[in-house]
Design a binder for this molecule. Sequence first.
Ligand code: TRP
Length: 325
Amino acid sequence: MRVVTGIRPTGPLHIGNYLATIKQYVELQKQNECIFFIADLHGITTPYEIKSYRKEVLQKAVDVLAAGIDPERCILYIQSEIKEITELAWLLSIVTPAGDLRRMTQFKEKAKKYPKNVNAGLLNYPILMSADILIYKADLVPVGKDQKQHLELARTIARRFNKRFGETLKIPKPLISESSAKIMSLKNPRKKMSKSDPEDTYISIFDEPEMIKKKVMSAVTDTGRSIKYDPRKKPGISNLLNIYSIFSGESIRDLEKKFKKKGYADFKKSLIKLLTDKFEPFRRKRKELAAREIYVKEILKQGAKKARVLAEATMEEVRKKMGIV
Ligand code: TRP
């Protein structure tokens, strides 16, 4: 199957993110034809740092490569490199119901969050996203729950296009990842781990050992002293148990047994060691790639070259169907 998905360029790759996105993509790339890109044109719909943006986008490419995206197995590129996508976005806007755009939850949320910056790009965000997907005739699109509505719109747009201009675009299927919801903030375990919260509330897969130690040690625990999974009464320990279980592969039940006679401090120490060891390859790979900028840029260039061939083929068809030279 052909799998296509975009990765937001800004913010750190915290463990909640990682589990919901890259970890899944690394699995998908083993069996499928995967196309991944850094969505730099989506990233500018909300306020951003102009001077450092290019660097952030490249850093994100380094991060996903360090986290296991394999350029030998899939296509990786920067969205803005494929001009055909922005062209398709315009053409798709012709079959996009304007009312649907205004009803999108993400649009409403972002418009509320940035009342001084309710630009048309924020409104048209899902059209560009549809172009990202439809241009490759994708079969499957892995996204987080928050993007499900956008994917439904992409399907609607494809159907409307086909109805009006003739069978051309493939209707993609969503693959919704649920796991990010389960990793909670280290400081407020009733709230999801989020990259827009202060740094001490999340762990990044690239955190140095001292940082992991500091964050885990200062993570909120609960009253009492038993290591027991009870998200309602003991949300702090339950969250840490869940993280432990995911990265060790041990069941929560087994962990409860293992730490039955131990206190919070021992449990945390063990978790620190686990995460430090588990993330070591990520840190190492990231440092390696950081020192090889030319190599990374070449990967992205080759990725864009391959993607462009596929994109151009769809565009020729789309232009013809729409009666545009
Ligand atoms: N909007 C997606 C997000 O916020 C990123 C994205 C851009 C995307 N284009 C895409 C995801 C196409 C899937 C397919 O995470």
